[in-house]
Design a protein around this ligand. Structure first.
Ligand code: FAD
Length: 500
């Protein structure tokens, strides 16, 4: 059995001494998103004499990290920032020499707004996704009725289910939030804040896979409120922030490179030689030859070989197709991870076209409002340098698991829906200076209830395939830091397994 656990810190300076019979190993990475490129970078660090080739289906690297810059605007077409509390992406930026370019969010207006009855209101101070850190703002907010507030106050006396004690306990985020905080707090705060992150159906979204600390909190303290009180009585370690000072999304904890997230991709790409980069190359199969070495075959039938190891860093359904010939059961398991699509309309306005104060970083729309919009991000308010000072760049999100059909609407229809949403909520007048529509079809993995066990089973099967590893957002976290970690860990496991 080969080694599957990471035994060294991913970013440590460890350089592996390979046996002399394999002094120039060849590795292939399938998928040139942040996960695959991190894996490629890590392999070149761990095994400096290795040849590392990247196969990417599209004409560019980066996957969902895609920045464009022109005439003083910087538009993120996909992700726009990452959490620095999870260290892996920041550590990667340090290694790539671009950590000095990481920008924090604007210190003014670090909060999200929420729609209620067609008006915008700030997320109550101290409310972070499932946790009401401060009760007074919860009691004063117009986002909840008195009935909803009274139900929230009862949280600490709500009994927990017996099954909570089971090690692999899971339930949907909707069920947990409704059970503990009440239906109204779920519908008016938890659902819209999570929709902006996971674009998921909360009645299927796994609590264990997305917020395991909520399960721990209930197990240990019997209540979220009591867990928060317990935490408040603990001394906050130096360097850590008091959660009660934040609200909605932890904006103070997000950073992004000055030139956008593509700056990370460019820095990673620089570490690869041009001949080792295969763009416009859709990989169709990954199999073994008669010498038990790996063969990577393109859609056009070209076979690349031999490789000592392969890291597959593409969405799970595509990985399933690649894996089926090698391990049918693994293919079936990977197929079980489904994906959601979304569309983003980017609009640029002159500041004087917008009546609203824009005193937040954007807004989220509860599904119960019956709107087409999921959320909007005031990109140029959130980060400096995204638009000239007298203009505002706004990204409006559609689709996700709950409104999948909207993603296929024509550009003009999405634009007019975005416009009417902004007119109503922000008082926008006149035509936008620029408009851009991007669709991310089947790109966001859905961590449904049972996801943790599903990924455990996938990892067990992969562990039996010597020289093969999986990485990417499908497994143990969708955020950029978790994707970086998955690339790091896949590289470490691959090298360790070949040495074993
Ligand atoms: C709209 C949106 C906004 C987001 N915002 C944030 C955010 O602000 N912060 C954050 O932390 N996270 C965010 N995320 C999540 C995060 O961006 C992604 O989870 C992460 O970028 C995924 O990286 P990846 O490398 O695993 O996958 P991808 O980016 O999907 O990369 C996979 C690559 O593999 C290629 N590929 C696929 N099949 C094949 C094949 N058969 N052969 C060869 N190549 C193939 C694809 O073309 C692609 O380039 C967002 C996601 C979306 C959709």
């Amino acid at each position: 059995m080969r080694q599957t656990l990471l035994t060294t810190k991913p970013n440590s300076d460890t350089v592996f001494q390979l046996p002399t019979s394999s002094t120039s190993p060849r590795y292939a990475i399938v998928g040139g998103g942040i996960s695959g490129l991190t894996a490629a970078f890590r392999l070149t660090q761990l095994v400096p004499n290795a040849s590392v080739e990247v196969f990417e289906a599209s004409e560019r690297l980066g996957g969902m990290l895609c920045t464009s810059q022109e005439d003083g605007y910087l538009v993120e077409h996909g992700a726009d920032s990452f959490l620095k509390k999870l260290p892996w992406a920041v550590e990667l930026c340090e290694e790539l020499g671009i950590a000095g370019d990481l920008l924090p969010t604007n210190p003014v207006g670090r909060r999200a707004l929420v729609v209620r009855d067609g008006s915008l209101h700030p997320v109550p101070e101290g409310f972070v996704v499932l946790k009401p850190h401060r009760m007074l703002p919860m009691l004063l907010t117009p986002l909840l009725s008195w009935r909803g507030k009274l139900r929230l106050l009862r949280e600490r006396w709500i009994a927990s289910p017996k099954e909570l004690a089971e090690a692999d306990y899971d339930e949907s985020v909707a069920s947990f939030a409704t059970r503990r905080l009440g239906r109204e707090t779920f519908e008016r705060l938890v659902q819209p804040l999570l929709a902006g992150i996971y674009t998921a159906d909360p009645t299927r979204l796994s609590l264990a896979a997305t917020m395991p600390d909520a399960i721990e909190a209930e197990r240990e303290h019997g209540s979220i409120t009591r867990a928060i009180l317990h935490q408040a009585n603990q001394k906050i370690p130096p360097g850590e922030k008091d959660d009660s000072q934040e609200s909605g999304v932890r904006y103070a904890s997000f950073v992004t490179p000055r030139n956008g997230l593509s700056q990370m991709i460019d820095a990673l790409a620089k570490r690869l030689t041009a001949e080792n980069l295969h763009l416009n190359t859709l990989v169709q199969s990954v199999t073994k030859n008669e010498n038990q070495q790996w063969v990577v075959q393109n859609k056009d039938g070209t076979a690349h070989e031999p490789y000592d190891g392969v890291i597959v860093a593409i969405p799970a359904p595509s990985a399933a197709q690649l894996m089926e010939p090698v391990d049918t059961e693994l293919g079936c398991l990977l197929q079980k991870i489904t994906y959601a699509s979304s569309a983003i309309v980017c609009m640029l306005f002159r500041r004087d076209q917008i009546a609203h104060d824009l005193d937040g970083f954007g807004f989220v729309v509860p599904a119960v409002e019956g709107s087409d919009l999921i959320a909007a991000s005031f990109s140029s308010v959130k980060f400096p340098g995204r638009a000239p000072d007298d203009q505002v760049l706004i990204r409006i999100f559609f689709g996700g698991a709950l409104q999948a059909e909207l993603v296929d609407l024509p550009d003009e229809k999405l634009q007019s829906m975005a416009r009417s949403g902004l007119d109503d909520l922000l008082g926008v007048t006149g035509e936008p200076l620029k408009v851009d529509v991007v669709r991310w079809r089947e790109k966001m993995p859905q961590y449904h209830v049972g996801h943790v066990q599903l990924v455990d089973s996938i990892e067990q099967r992969v562990a039996d395939l010597e020289g093969l590893e999986l990485a990417g957002n499908a497994y143990r976290g969708v955020g950029i830091p978790q994707c970086v970690r998955s690339g790091n860990e896949a590289a470490h496991r691959l090298v360790a397994s070949i040495i074993d």
